[in-house]
Design a protein around this ligand. Structure first.
Ligand code: GDP
Length: 131
């Protein structure tokens, strides 16, 4: 078993997709080992996305991530990092494969419904950030 960090971002929470996304996660063989809902502070959002601090979209991303509540989950499955990224689909919902979570529930490249760690190393860092 491996772990990854999954977020249901404020756009999907606001649109009421939390339960559908949790169902998709469990129907795809993940165990939700830990979970909680938080309204991220600016400090938390900037800290979590610090790798993107020099990107042109950083301020927009922090504003979005602090706009309302985020649901935070530690997921367990074999190859959890790649399995969750495959289930989420591409960063831009317009390019995400049909049936993926971002294709179904995402709004645009910024408000794309979910987050997933991109490596086992970052999964550990991100899980420790929230749990
Ligand atoms: P991810 O690993 O698929 O989430 O993608 P990245 O690590 O590249 O980007 C992190 C997050 O920043 C994405 O999930 C989006 O919410 C946001 N983001 C990425 N690219 C852009 C962009 O070009 N414009 C805006 N506004 N937001 C972006």
């Amino acid at each position: 078993m491996n772990n990854t960090l999954a977020l249901i971002k404020p756009d999907a929470m606001q649109k009421g997709f939390k339960d559908e996304i949790r169902e998709d996660i469990m129907n795809n063989g993940f165990i939700i080992a830990e979970e909680k809902t938080l309204h991220l502070s600016v400090v938390q959002a900037k800290g979590f996305y610090s790798i993107h601090k020099d990107k042109p979209f950083f301020e927009e991303l922090v504003e979005f991530m602090t706009s309302s509540e985020t649901h935070i989950m530690k997921l367990e499955k074999a190859n959890a990092v790649s399995e969750w990224r495959n289930l989420m689909g591409a960063t831009n919902p317009a390019e995400a494969e049909a049936g993926t979570i971002r294709a179904k529930y995402g709004t645009d490249i910024s408000m794309n419904a979910t987050h997933g760690s991109d490596s086992n190393e970052n999964a550990e860092i991100e899980i420790n950030f929230f749990f």
